[in-house]
Design a binder for this molecule. Structure first.
Ligand code: C2E
Ligand code: MG
Ligand code: MG
Ligand code: MG
Length: 279
């Protein structure tokens, strides 16, 4: 019995998927158990006013913490979670964690917001909206402090997405298109969606200082977002040069390692208190 198991492990190692071979079940089996045992935590990346560094909120970013003490990046399990449907209970756990971690801060500081990432299916069906509503009940958190981030993959069925967005705004939430520029970004559909904010993908911010072709695309995205009166958030700002460029182009908000990495809740609360009144 041990031999086939050993061979099996060796084969799995050749595949190079370390977190898979370390474990005994299939990745899906492991993820199912993780959901049942609630092995997820949330880190918070500050969203700041670029010009001043003033923190205005945070994006909730999920991590998987298995019992072995490691911390797994969402890129390693979100695709499987999405294809298996496990993303829905994971999203629900993220919402619960956000309220537990930051509920008090959000309830006492009405100017702060928290951004939550939705999966494509929830954008299409709106399933998550009553889940959020219920989680906010009796917490003192106002719906306008909740920003829902969704990538273009959620907009494949544009009518369904429109219905969800309309409902979300009726409930008081804000909606942001995430990773903008990486999908099939057609301007025509952007105009027809009731959005509040647009997040420019990191890949465009990366090339602001190096690649003039891409920075002209970035310029176009900024102009378009302004025409549509969307709040603009730049993702993945790593250099002061990028921050200065964005400020010059009138982009108000951003997030990135220049300001802060995603951090545990307690660290975020400290960061927020220290920077919310920055000049
Ligand atoms: P995203 O929504 O675009 O989140 C931003 C990602 O960029 C985060 O990666 C963040 O750590 C990273 N990042 C931010 N600033 C910088 C920077 O200056 N430099 C670099 N190199 N990276 C930066 P993370 O936390 O690994 O999350 C990856 C993706 O996983 C997220 O991309 C999002 O699409 C997805 N994700 C995370 N949490 C959730 C969740 O609760 N639900 C769903 N559906 N997806 C999630
Ligand atoms: Mg996001
Ligand atoms: Mg993003
Ligand atoms: Mg991104």
């Amino acid at each position: 019995l041990l031999v086939p198991f050993g061979i099996c492990m060796a084969l799995l190692n050749i595949g190079g998927i370390v977190w898979f071979s370390r474990r005994r079940l299939s990745p899906l089996g492991e993820l199912q158990i993780a959901v049942r045992r609630r092995e997820f935590i949330v880190h918070y990346q500050p969203i700041v006013e670029i010009r001043t560094g003033r923190c205005v909120g945070a994006e909730a970013l999920v991590r998987w913490r298995p019992p072995d003490g490691s911390l797994l990046s969402p890129d390693l399990f979100i695709p499987l979670a999405e294809s298996s449907g496990l993303i829905k209970p994971i999203t629900d756990q993220v919402i619960t964690l956000v309220v537990a971690d930051l509920g008090q801060l959000l309830a006492t500081d009405r100017s702060m917001h928290i951004a939550i990432n939705l999966c494509a299916e929830d954008v299409a069906t709106g399933r998550v909206l009553p889940v959020i509503e219920k989680a906010l009940r009796n917490t003192g958190i106002q719906p306008d402090q909740i920003w829902l981030e969704m990538t273009e993959r959620g907009f494949i069925d544009i009518d369904a997405a429109c219905t969800t967005l309309t409902r979300a705004r009726e409930l008081g939430y804000s909606a942001a298109i995430d990773d903008f520029g990486t999908g099939y970004s057609r301007l025509s559909y952007l105009e027809s969606l009731p959005l509040d904010a647009l997040k420019i993908d990191k890949s465009f911010i990366d090339t602001i200082d190096t690649d003039s072709a891409t920075s002209s695309v970035t310029s176009h995205i900024i102009d378009m977002a302004k025409t549509l009166k969307l709040v603009i958030v730049a993702e993945g700002i790593e250099s002061q040069y990028q921050a200065d460029y964005l400020t010059k182009r009138g982009v108000e908000y951003g997030q990135g390692w220049l300001f802060a990495r995603p951090i545990p809740a307690e660290e975020f609360v400290d960061y927020y208190q220290k920077t919310k009144t920055a000049a």
